[in-house]
Design a protein around this ligand. Sequence first.
Ligand code: ATP
Ligand code: MG
Length: 321
Amino acid sequence: MSKLSGITPSGHVHLGNHLGAVRRWAAEGGPEDLYFVADLHGMTTSHNPAKLRSLAGEQLAVLIAAGIDPERVFVQSDLVRELGALTWVLECTCNYGEAARMIQFKEKSKGQAGVRLSLLTYPVLMAADILLQGADEVPVGEDQRQHVELARTLAKRFNGTYGDVFTVPEAVLPPAGARVKDLADPTRKMSKSTRDAAGVVFVFDEPDQIRRKIRRAVTDGGSVPVHAPDTRPGMANLLEILAACRGGAPEDLAEEFSSYGQVKDAVADAVIEELRPLRERASTLLGDVAELDRIRKAGAARAAERGSHRLSAALRMIGAN
Ligand code: ATP
Ligand code: MG
């Protein structure tokens, strides 16, 4: 059984990515699971090449620093030849209408001038990511389910038309875990691509910056801390972050405090300590360019090797080479 998960270098890695994904990947990943930095996916809308490159390196360093086995990590663009070839095969397996009806494409292209063709075909590249590696399961949120469904359709269609090559993947819901909310607007989730960074705690933020952001977190008019996500989303978010860092249930933690200020201080302390080792290890790795490069090349070679027989078989069966 193998799972495939990715993170897009659309911005700096934040506390939500760490608590909701990266930390779990490091703790629970199975020996066949793979994790990748999806930099090619970061090119489907207007982007800055130098920034994308540097964010991809930063994310790779964070994944390794978090303790994910370096043998199971790679950067997507290091496999661009394999993925480009497989994407073509899968584009020749996919109907135009299937790509055009993807909800995410409709949402992201609506009202935009100069929509990149890659925004339309990106789910096919995502299918290539999954099918090249022969992943059985893809843990995704609601927004990506339709894309995994497309990967399933393409795998079945290819296998049925040309011969059995691909594992038919399944979308699985990631284990339940709180979604970290934006500190400045607790009605939306903390996101890399949010323009205003005031409510986003980044892994590379300095401790006093983290403390400042948490002190300024938007809360409601109450004064005695309770965990009530529907009516007091700001306080609930802080208590959930504290619970994720320290363990325990947010409702119980609430009882330890008599003021909002106390909760904020405790959350700031916990988050600073939670992120400190990750930030330090990732910074050290980023400073050791030769070591990071070695890890990156080895990961790419293993991932390419792992998929090479599927790619060759698919090309042969569809009539190429
Ligand atoms: P973007 O805004 O570009 O979509 P993002 O912050 O949502 O960025 P992704 O690259 O989409 O990050 O997701 C990487 C992983 O982090 C996924 O597994 C996703 O479920 C998880 N994740 C993202 N945001 C949060 C959050 N606020 N709380 C918990 N997990 C999160
Ligand atoms: Mg996202």
